[in-house]
Ligand binder design. Sequence first.
Ligand SMILES: Cc1cc2nc3c(=O)[nH]c(=O)nc-3n(C[C@H](O)[C@H](O)[C@H](O)COP(=O)(O)O)c2cc1C
Length: 210
Amino acid sequence: MSSRERAPERKSSSRGAGKSQNGERGGTAPQVELALTAKPVPGAVSRGDFLETLARLTTSVWVVTANNALGRPLGRTVTSMMSVSAAPPTIMVSIMRDADLAEAIRATQGFSLSMLASSQEEVANAFAGKVSPEERFAHAGSWAAWPSGRPRLLDALAAMDCELSGVVETETHLLFVGTLIDSAHSETDMPLLWGMRDYRRLSIDPYADD
Ligand SMILES: Cc1cc2nc3c(=O)[nH]c(=O)nc-3n(C[C@H](O)[C@H](O)[C@H](O)COP(=O)(O)O)c2cc1C
């Protein structure tokens, strides 16, 4: 089994999980918070070996965004997004727990994500720390807003707006589980990828007929 054990459920509320496809609010899933407690494991691999191994993972590149309690947009580049389930439409993303973005997601109970297209490396760099948090949105990408008010990157390969449906705490990161209340996708663009510590691009056209 894993090196982590699940602590008892810490908090739940009866807040609905979001809107169904026809726009009606009717989710029954409560917002749940769990804490995972790391146990020292003799013989666990070193951080260096972990990073070297995980460098082989090739993923899409995303910008996760939210407004803070004052309405200011925040965002950071991530590769940790994963699909959880199609019904209800659920995804999860891992954010460093001391990031202002993590606090904003908790405070406003939602977040949005944009999957970057191959032409959006500048956006990835800006939101990975090359541009200050205050200047990122003006510096890179064209930004609009979802009906919720959360940021939406125009020309993203895919984009989602989520209500927060759960939080899992780990030592260093918070895993935010979100229920999609809006989504959009491109029919033609190619993805920006991250693997072996650098940006990568597909060498085939995924839309071409076989
Ligand atoms: C390819 C890549 C993937 C990243 N994935 C994550 C992630 O999944 N979660 C996270 O919290 N930070 C991730 N980061 C780090 C943040 O993007 C970065 O620390 C942050 O934007 C720094 O800016 P700030 O702390 O000033 O906002 C990633 C960075 C890069 C370059």
